[in-house]
Each structure stands twice: as C-alpha cells, then as structure tokens.
Design a protein around this ligand. Structure first.
Ligand SMILES: [Zn+2]
Length: 499
C-alpha cells in the first residue's frame, strides 16, 4: 500500500502544474467538452479521498491534512439535487437521463419518459428524449463515451441510447454502435455481447459492420490516434461484470493494465483533430459499486482513478485554454457514507485505511476459495489480518475487541454455509449486517472503516446533493445550487447549442 500511495502522490504533484492555464479561460464557446461522472460520488467520498491522501503524505502532522484532487482545485463549484421523477434516492439511469437530456424520469429508465399504467407509472418508449450528444453531433462535434464499467451500463448508455429498461443491455449496446452518434467508445466490455439468450450477432461484429475499429489489446489502445476513425476500445483486463479492475487492485498488481486516464487520453487522441471539437463523457463507475459494498478503500482509490483521468483533460486544456470546458460531478451518493462514527467520537484515523490491501471483490475471491476448502476460523482471521490489518493480537490500533471478534465469528459461521443454505436462512438481520455481500468481507470492511471513523448507513443510493466542479470555457455557468436537469441546460449554453 505504501508503494501505491507513493504512486498516487507522485501523480498529484504533477497534476497541480496543469491547472493555471485552464483557470484563465474566458467565457468563449466550449469546443472541447469533458463531462466526468463519479458514479456514487458525493462530498463524503471526495472528502475521504482528500484526507486519506493528505494523511498518508504527512504522517507526522498533528492536524488533519487534505491533499487536493485534480478537480477540487477547479475555480468553480456548484451543487446539484438528484431526486428523480418518483424517487428521492434515484438510480443511475434516471439521474444520467436528467443530466444528458434535461428531463426527470423513472428510476431504471434511460432517456425516455413515463406514463400512467394500470398499476402506476410506467416507462414510455413513445416519449424519447433528445440527448446532449445528439445535439453535439448535429453541430458536427465528435462524441466520446468512456467508462470503467461495462459500456452498456446505465450511465454510459444515457449518452447514446434510449431504453425503457436499463437492463436491455444488448439493445443498448447495438444502439450505441449503429446510432451514428458515438465516435469513440472505451473502457469495459459488454454484459451481453450476443444478447440475453446468446443467439444474437456479436456486438463486436455489429461494431465492425458499422465502421468501428475494434481494439482490445493494451498496445492497440495505447496507439490509438487521429487516423483511427470510429473506435471501440475494450480493455483486455476485466475484473468483474465486464468492468476494469478496481484501482486499488490495479495499482497493487502493477500489471500494466489500462487505466481510466489512458482511455481518456485515447479518446482525446482519436477526436481532437475534429474541426468542431468534441463532447466526451467519462464515468468512474466503480466508485458506486464499492459504495454499495461499503468498501471505503476501493471507493477512495477509484476516485483517484477518476482524478487522474480528469488530469488528462486538464493537460489537454493547456493547449486549448480558450475553448475547453471540464465539468466533474456525481450522479447520486452511494452507501450513505459519512466521516464521523459513534465509537470514535470526534476522532478520525484516515491512516488506518492504509492497512487495506485489496478490494472487496479480490477478497471475496480469496474467501470463496477458503470456503471451498472449508478453511478454519483461524485461517480466515489470518487472511483478515493480512489484508485489512485487523488483528486479534492486543496493543495495536487495529486490535479487534470482543465485539469485533464476535461479529467476524458470526460472519464466518454464516459465510461458510453453501450459498444454497445461506439463502434459506437470510433474514432481516443478515440483510442489515451483510447487505447480500460476502459476510466476512463486508464485516472486515465495516470494522476497518469504523475504526477509522467512517460509517455507512446503506447498501444502496441515498438522496443527498452532490458537488459540481468546473473549469474553463463557460465554467461559471455551473455555479450555484440547482437541479441535476440543469446540467444539461448549462452544457448546452456553454457549447452555444439551442434546443
Ligand atoms: Zn449511479
């Protein structure tokens, strides 16, 4: 973890250099537009990321130290409300729809409205919303969509597809490759490349037939240039659900796999030669997934991955300071994360988090192997000590107390059951304690977070508002506290486009 932190610190020292040029931009029309979305990212997540970094960089400091992220240094900041047509705690489909089209809709719907059905409101495919990328395309801008998760996931989909239900993955994928809107698609892969029943034409063939160059090696993607034409760039290194690895695991493995920042750079190289510029959406999608799992280390490192990707845009803006706009926000908060916990009172110990060595997904895999070999509680506790620093030995800041051990013991007893038996005995208590995640893994995450002074109130999304950060041409439009539908309007104004 120390090595990882050194890498991140080095990156942040470099990033501070690029901002001055972008800050001097006037209010001329935005020609190169970057929209970064940290899925599930609100103030608690960005605050934790800043203070973890600052604490690691200043181990002897007596006062809390915040290190800046790329986007927390932007001169303009605003705040958005996130509720959707019916839900205070909305989902990624409806919130992305708000930002990509300016319309509220139902959770689960992408870029379509809704109507009164027999049993309540239902999505209505007959009410399609026009997407900001469609307006940009009409103005001869190029369009890029990049994500750390699968390309057919709700957030990226909202920038190229219209679907009453977000889980129509194949239909969504095909719309992106045949719709004539997207020029560059990059990041994870597809969830249903041959359709839900595996009997449709492979989406990669659909891409090739529609003029996309399909790249799926590190070398090809690192070599993308302006001669590439339309590009579909899929990372060969995927971890879970066709997504890039968690950044905490990617850095720990140091295996040279592609980062979100590298996809952002590839998208810029592919599109920057266009006379009318581009609109590029880049999503840090696994901040949300880590939030669902209450995995604070994975949340923080995926925010660093997003911050590094934003830095690529800031570097680009140095060559185009008059007409580049960079906006960074989230779509909703995930996990009900907060800094401050009952057991630690006013104390927060961000440095404890350095003991976490991997994401919950990587630890789950370890635990599932251990379950298969019927590992003992002692063996599992050794793995918890190795990967989270939580120890049964006394005298350390991360020594487990009797209550912690009993929580882990209960999690072990439950977690080692075959999943078929586990389902039969899962009740409200288990749902509350484990949220459907590996019981040992999520309990270790909870205990480490709590000892650091961090807690989570949910395994789902919450309804708190989100910060917006902006720099460059038209950035001042993003000032103030407003509705997430206004993100669409303000982008349109910044680009000089009319509805
Ligand atoms: Zn989301």
């Amino acid at each position: 973890m120390k090595r990882i932190t050194a890498l991140v610190l080095a990156a942040l020292v470099i990033l501070a250099i690029g901002l001055a040029a972008a800050e001097t931009a006037d209010t001329s029309k935005a020609k190169y537009v970057f929209f970064f979305i940290g899925d599930g990212m609100s103030s608690p997540q960005t605050t934790a990321a800043q203070y973890y970094l600052g604490t690691r960089g200043n181990p002897d400091a007596d006062t809390p130290m915040a290190a800046p992220l790329t986007f927390t240094q932007f001169p303009v900041s605003g705040q958005i409300n996130t509720f959707d047509a019916t839900s205070f705690a909305p989902d990624s489909a409806s919130t992305a729809t708000s930002m990509s089209t300016g319309h509220k809709t139902l959770s689960g719907s992408i870029n379509v409205g809704f109507t009164q059905g027999e049993k309540g409101l239902v999505p209505d495919a007959e009410q399609p919303f026009k997407i900001i990328t469609e307006y940009a395309k009409e103005a001869s801008m190029k369009v890029g969509v990049i994500t750390s998760v699968s390309l057919d996931h709700a957030t990226p989909a909202a920038f190229y597809a219209k679907a009453p239900k977000r889980n129509a993955y194949y239909d969504i994928a095909v719309q992106g490759l045949t719709g004539g809107v997207v020029d560059f698609l990059g990041g994870g892969s597809y969830l249903q490349p041959t359709g839900p029943d595996k009997d449709q034409k492979d989406v990669l063939d659909v891409a090739r037939e529609n003029g996309f160059a399909v790249y799926n090696t590190r070398e090809e993607i690192r070599a993308v240039d302006g001669n590439a034409g339309n590009v579909l760039a899929i990372s060969p290194d995927l971890q879970d659900s066709s997504a890039l690895p968690y950044e905490i695991d990617r850095l720990a493995s140091n295996d040279g796999s592609l980062s979100l920042a590298e996809f952002t750079a590839a998208g810029i190289r592919a599109m920057e030669g266009n006379e009318k510029g581009f609109f590029m959406m880049v999503e840090g999608g696994k901040i949300d997934w880590a939030g669902h799992a209450n995995d604070v280390g994975a949340v923080i490192y995926d925010i660093y991955a997003l911050s590094d990707a934003v830095q690529v845009a800031v570097d680009f803006a140095r060559s185009h300071p008059e007409d580049t706009l960079i906006v960074v926000t989230g779509d909703h908060e995930t996990g009900g994360m907060t800094i401050g916990y009952a057991e630690t009172g006013y104390d927060v110990h961000m440095d404890y988090l350095q003991n976490q060595k991997l994401s919950y997904v990587a630890f789950d895999r370890m635990l599932s192997d251990m379950a298969a070999s019927q590992a003992s509680f002692d063996d599992v506790m050794a793995a918890v000590a190795e990967n989270y620093g939580l120890t049964r030995e006394e005298g350390s800041a991360l020594s487990l107390n009797a209550r912690d051990i009993s929580r882990l013991s209960a999690a072990y007893t439950f977690g080692m059951l075959p999943s078929s038996q586990r389902a039969g005995v899962t009740g409200p208590e288990e749902k509350l304690h484990y949220g459907g995640y590996n019981p040992v893994s999520v309990t270790a995450s909870h205990i480490l977070a709590n000892k650091a002074g961090i807690d989570f109130s949910s395994y789902s999304h919450t309804g708190v508002s989100l910060p917006v950060y902006a720099v460059g041409a038209g950035a001042e439009l993003f000032n103030g506290h407003y509705d997430n539908t206004q993100i669409f309007d303000r982008f349109m104004d910044a680009m000089g486009l009319a509805k």
